[in-house]
Write a protein that binds this ligand. Structure first.
Ligand SMILES: *[C@@H]1O[C@H](CO)[C@@H](O)[C@H](O)[C@H]1NC(C)=O
Ligand SMILES: *[C@@H]1O[C@H](CO)[C@@H](O)[C@H](O)[C@H]1NC(C)=O
Ligand SMILES: *[C@@H]1O[C@H](CO)[C@@H](O)[C@H](O)[C@H]1NC(C)=O
Ligand SMILES: *[C@@H]1O[C@H](CO)[C@@H](O)[C@H](O)[C@H]1NC(C)=O
Ligand SMILES: [Zn+2]
Length: 380
């Protein structure tokens, strides 16, 4: 009798285990990858909206409320406002580079002071919400921060004009917690061309530009090649000692906008072991003026990059709050999980996305590049 009971118990147990394994396989959705790896977005310009709308008075910003219909921050009132805490949580965002950006019109004037203000507002913003945000300055802390239920919050400076051609400023930004610098925004600096020069050149990357890249390598600062000219992408990739990132750029051969990355550079990124974090901005993902951009366009960019250079060099850099038009289906920061669900479908003719691939896309590729950059810094 005892044996029979044990046998019955065992078979019931096996059945339950079998069922739950079966169920978990059957019910896996792409978004579930965002529970096993942090989703790290490379570029969010909320800090620039805090500057533009509130002159950085954080007390007037209701980050903890869903602001979709807010009279200042809602979609009717603001065409570049897509971010608040409830929607970040719904979007399963685990890590975010908050961007210290100041306009190119400040170059050679007060770009440095304005950038300091933006770094300051990001740091105060992170400190204000200690239950939900935490400043992260080391790759190894991203995952532990995310596992503790907080958004790993990192700082990027967008545009070499913020450096005022000074290696000292670069080093001090690092000390303030900045972990990437985008070499240009839409203006050429005296040492690097922006994408706005298209495929011609003014300076390319000058000798001083090379010194800037070398100093970034030496201190462990991520080199961000979004916004630079295609030639500067090539020139940096030829000399950098660390893998690079594109914090918010898509694929040029899918949509011929000079902000996007051409195929030959994608091959160089693979060789460099870097990562291209795909931008969602409607104008960059869809070049067909007679229709609106949709999530399907973003899927095309991601799959193009994956087909060309594999799943180890793609990430996500939505560009929320930095642009005025987002694709249908990716309207705000709550929508990332839908993108991962859709990728996992791996439709006819598309690459097949496994859970591991989706985890790499979500954040593991960026963490790898960040760690490699730290290692290069240590070595140099
Ligand atoms: C915003 O307004 C839309 C349309 O009226 C509504 O469906 C939605 O629930 C509102 N969202 C919030 C957070 O109030
Ligand atoms: C600019 O960079 C491109 C790509 O590396 C190169 O072909 C070109 O010769 C460079 N021009 C100058 C003036 O250095
Ligand atoms: C652009 O979009 C329109 C409307 O959807 C479509 O009819 C046309 O074929 C598209 N053009 C290209 C080049 O894809
Ligand atoms: C694109 O979307 C906008 C806003 O939703 C709409 O007004 C416009 O008609 C759409 N354009 C096309 C070509 O579908
Ligand atoms: Zn940008």
């Amino acid at each position: 009798m005892v044996y029979i009971n044990v046998a019955v118990c065992l078979s019931v147990l096996l059945l339950v285990i079998g069922l739950s394994v079966g169920l978990s396989v059957n019910t896996f959705r792409g978004r579930d990858a965002l529970d096993s790896a942090p989703l790290i977005d490379g570029h969010n310009d909320l800090p620039y909206n805090l500057y533009g709308k509130l002159n950085n008075h954080l007390s007037d910003f209701n980050f903890e409320s869903d602001l979709s219909n807010d009279s200042v921050w809602g979609k009717k009132a603001c065409d570049s406002c897509f971010t608040d805490l409830p929607r970040l949580l719904k979007g399963k965002v685990g890590g975010q580079f908050w961007v210290a950006y100041v306009s190119c019109s400040s170059q050679y004037k007060d770009s440095l002071q304005l950038t300091m203000r933006q770094i300051d507002v990001i740091r105060r913003f992170i400190q204000k919400y200690p239950n939900n945000l935490q400043l992260v300055t080391e790759a190894g802390d991203i995952e532990t921060t995310w596992r503790s239920g907080k958004i790993a919050s990192m700082i990027g400076v967008e545009g070499g004009h913020s450096l005022d051609s000074s290696l000292a400023v670069l080093r001090l930004y690092y000390d303030l917690g900045v972990r990437y610098v985008t070499l240009t925004h839409t203006c050429n600096t005296p040492w690097a061309d922006a994408s706005t020069v298209d495929d011609g050149y003014v300076y390319n990357l000058t000798e001083f530009g090379q010194a800037m890249v070398y100093e970034m390598n030496r201190i462990g600062m991520l080199v961000d090649l979004s916004h630079v000219s295609h030639n500067v992408m090539r020139e940096v990739l030829a000399i950098t000692k660390a893998p690079v990132i594109f914090s918010h750029s898509s694929a040029f051969s899918v949509c011929n906008h000079y902000r996007n990355v051409p195929d030959d550079v994608l091959h160089l990124v693979k060789k460099n072991n870097g990562v291209v974090m795909v931008n969602f901005y409607s104008e960059f993902v869809n070049c067909n003026a007679s229709r609106n951009a949709t999530m399907e366009d973003v899927i095309k960019h991601i799959n193009h990059i994956r087909r060309l250079i594999g799943p180890d060099h793609i990430g996500i850099g939505g560009d929320y709050d930095g642009v005025s038009s987002m694709p249908v289906g990716l309207e705000d920061v709550s929508k990332y999980p839908d993108l991962f669900d859709r990728l996992y479908e791996s439709r006819e003719g598309e690459p097949r996305w496994t859970k591991e691939d989706l985890e790499k896309l979500a954040g593991r590729n960026l963490i790898r590049v960040f760690q490699a950059t730290e290692a290069v810094g240590t070595k140099l």
